[in-house]
Design a protein around this ligand. Sequence first.
Ligand code: UTP
Length: 466
Amino acid sequence: MDSELRSRLLEAGQTHLIDHAKLLSGNALARFEAQLRSIDFEQLHRLYSGHESHVNWAELAARAQSPPAVLLDDPRYTRAQARQRGVDALEIGEVAMILVAGGQGTRLGFDQPKGMFPIGPVSGRTLFEIIVHRLLATGKRYGKAIPLAVMTSTATHDATVAYFETHNFLGMPKEDLFFFQQGQMPAVDAETGKVLLSGVGEIALSPDGHGGMLAALAGSGLLERLCVDGVRHLYYGQIDNPLLGVCDPEFLGYHFLSESEMTTQVVRKTDPAERVGVLAEIDGKMSVIEYSDLPPDAAALRDETGELKFWAGSIAVHAMDVEFLCRAAADATSLPFHRAIKKVPFINEEGKVVTPPQPNAMKFERFIFDLLPAAKNAIVVEGRREDCFAPVKNADGAPSDTPSSSRAAISAQHRRWLEAAGAKVAPDAIVEIHPSFALDAEEVKAKVAPGSTFQGKVYLREGSST
Ligand code: UTP
């Protein structure tokens, strides 16, 4: 090990890494040293000791206000007006979709990237298929293909790209499909701040959070490339929500009508204890307060009409202007790191793998919603939960956000579309509508005759007769 690296490690109090390097030679040593050189130990120390993240949330929540919002059936804009504004932008190719799919999906316990998880209630289509098929149908409807940028991480990249390659890119034209990889951060021992090793010669690294998107998009050159191609707005969604609106023109329309640089879709919280982040205006700036930071008495506050003050639950769907992102990307401080205490397996001094029974490590992640305070005219747009949010977070058996609950939500939405068209659907039927048949309730109405009956497993797709 060269003296410069050695003295950096000594100064950072990470001497165990010098000792570990002594066990290595040749390529393994070179690789390990390269990993060490890529780490900013000063930053790691600041993050671990909490100097970058001391926020008094109780105080902030006390002076926070409900956020500026477009509510369901808002009297200021007609839905048709908003939709038309969104359609105009889609027709001239000003919108691209960003799908973040770099998470490790630890709670689900699936051994592949989460996007490959089968979720179609009848078809078994994967999360990637569900979202890409909707994107393709939306591009077709408005006569302009929509580019898709998929964010992966070291944990998901190779398997994700191989999956797309072996599945004919799910029908996406290759020139409209991009993959870019987010960065990584080391995990440290929660008690000592020492960098953990995941194996011999291997630092325990994990993806740097969905907020890693900004640096990765800009650093990969993709942000500039999209801009050169005429893209002015990005529609951001996460891979684990199969009800995600995919370049929904109405949501985009509200973004444009409000001249907002970043707009977030929210659902109404009814239970103050629900574990979702909430949108609030703090000192005139749109912000997200994470559920773990919102004191229970603040979460339970109600306004004079009896509605929760912090009603706007985040579902991680955003419209973002490219110009705003370019500005934010140029500012290294625009996204702070958050700390989380998690279980991270590591090797101990004897070189044995330890799988900790309790959370042992501190991990550092950036969150994309931290861009909101810097955005001009940021607003939230209320969506109906049953139409926009059914995340797959936990394995079946957990109380919520499981594959079963998500499949049931898809089936229930598609059942509602058929019933709105006047069809009769047996109570125990399971329904799935492929976007090549219909993208929404209106399209179903145009294709399904009133009085049609459906039972058992119903899968409507292009060419289905009804
Ligand atoms: P979550 O924070 O729910 O994480 O990510 P996860 O990886 O899906 O699951 P757990 O927490 O390990 O069980 C929400 C979304 O953000 C993406 C995920 O892929 C998911 O779409 N994400 C998360 C990233 O792209 N990168 C990250 O570093 C973290």
